[in-house]
Design a protein around this ligand. Structure first.
Ligand SMILES: Cc1ncc(COP(=O)(O)O)c(C=O)c1O
Length: 426
């Protein structure tokens, strides 16, 4: 593969026009959309409109006239279309961590009623820390045991032991990019009498997700949460989303029973009466400006649907081609420099990111790359993480990024002192 070959792949790419939707800074190859998506061109104007017209001129009337009050549902329906959920089943609210607290509490409350003898929350040690911390807190509060696997192969035998109340997994692992088989694991959890909770932080907008499955009802998951600021391009700290299968949504008051989740918030009654369905998973007043920005981001993903034969399936095809090329080029052009692939080689098991471990110099190598305008990130203790957002990443970006990596490694420039000082955010 030469640079010209990469340029030819871009010229043939049916999704190439989608990059036009983004404000990408000149001279930057951005491989961190799995952490913070790129700014869509539509966002500044939309935010300005919300601030100057809807807020500045219409003031409080905008809750009705500009549809602020239904933003959590409106943006939620758009995200639902990306994760295999139906309209009216998913809302945008709070952060992923807070939504995890709500759905794990609901799952435990349901398990307590339906299967009181099951006392285990099962997850993976490699899950994102916030998921584990929320589970640790709830397990202690509710008298459950949090059991963590070290290998995905341990999940099934542990389920078979019969005491798992909730299986809580992240679909695409934040550190390795390994992707679980959602339908198969959901089915196994259900066969073992456990509820299935998915964190879609690294999936929504990047890989096709089918929460409700196509086959047997047992393949339909029970709960899901996900981030707005990664592949959904909602901006820093964008609100998150929460989905509960309609068969369960009405079964439990989620613990943060705030007024926005009330059946009739503007009746101002003194007693809580939960809204039917997913609306009860709202808590307080929605952050309107952030939600408007998130809607612009979600629209950039939905734009793939407008290209015949593309949509999320097309994005997935391109994402796999990008990550495959990156692996192939790093392994062939940067051999002998101590980089070890930690992401799965098999397409079916890989999300939209590629990670390499380096025993001693992962952090400074990444800093040297960033200084050259190739932006990925570092995850302790030893991981160089590269995210590939198919909406705006080109094949030539992959080629150029590997050329920079090769130069950083060949020259040893990462040894410079300035690349070895740890910043707060890595
Ligand atoms: C899998 C996963 N879950 C949750 C989060 C973050 O949640 P929050 O938005 O609450 O910070 C992240 C952040 O990177 C993540 O990777």
């Amino acid at each position: 593969m030469t640079r010209d070959d990469a340029l030819a792949l871009d010229a043939d790419d049916p999704l190439r026009s989608l990059r036009e939707q983004f404000s990408l800074p000149a001279g930057v190859i951005y491989l961190d959309g799995n952490s913070l998506g790129v700014l869509p061109k539509a966002t500044p104007a939309r935010v300005q409109q919300v601030v100057q017209q809807e807020w500045g001129e219409s003031l409080i009337r905008s809750w009705n006239t500009a549809g602020w009050i239904t933003l959590p549902q409106r943006v939620g329906d758009k995200i639902a279309a990306l994760v295999g959920a139906g309209p009216g089943e998913l809302v945008v609210a709070d952060s992923t961590s807070v939504n995890l607290y709500k759905v794990l509490s609901a799952a435990l409350a349901i398990a307590e009623t339906d299967a009181p003898a099951k006392r285990v929350i099962l997850s993976e040690r490699s899950n994102f820390p916030t998921d584990l911390y929320i589970a640790e807190g709830l397990a202690a509060e509710r008298g459950y045991e949090l059991v963590l696997t070290d290998e995905p192969e341990q999940i099934e035998p542990l389920l078979a032991e019969g005491n798992v109340a909730v299986l809580m997994l992240t679909h695409v692992n934040y550190r390795t990019g390994r992707m679980h088989d959602m339908g198969a694991l959901t089915q196994r959890a259900h066969a073992a009498g456990a509820l299935m909770l998915w964190d879609l932080a690294h999936s929504a907008g990047a890989v096709p997700v089918n929460l409700k499955g196509n086959g047997p009802e047992a393949e339909a998951a029970d709960f899901a949460v996900g981030c707005g600021y990664k592949y959904l391009n909602g901006g820093p700290g964008a609100p998150a989303f929460v989905w509960v299968h309609p068969r369960l949504a009405d079964r439990f008051w989620q613990p943060l029973s705030g007024w926005m989740g009330h059946a009739a918030p503007f009746e101002f009654t003194s007693q809580y009466r939960p809204a039917p369905g997913i609306a009860r998973y709202l808590c307080g007043t929605p952050p309107v400006i952030s939600m408007a920005a998130l809607e612009c981001g979600v629209d950039t993903v939905l734009a793939a649907e407008a290209i015949p034969g593309q949509g999320l399936a097309g994005l997935r095809r391109k994402s796999l081609a990008l990550t495959r090329l990156f692996i192939e080029l790093v392994e062939s052009r940067c051999a002998g420099h101590g980089l070890t692939l930690v992401s799965p080689r098999e397409d079916a098991h890989r999300g939209s990111q590629v990670c390499f471990a380096h025993d001693t110099a992962g952090y400074p190598i990444m800093q040297a790359l960033i200084a050259r305008g190739v932006i990925g990130d570092f995850r302790a203790p030893d991981i160089l993480r590269f995210g590939f957002t198919p909406l705006y990443t080109r094949f030539v970006d992959v080629w150029d990024a590997v050329e920079h990596l090769k130069q950083v490694l060949d020259s040893g420039e990462w040894r410079e002192a300035r690349f070895n000082q740890r910043a707060a955010v890595t």
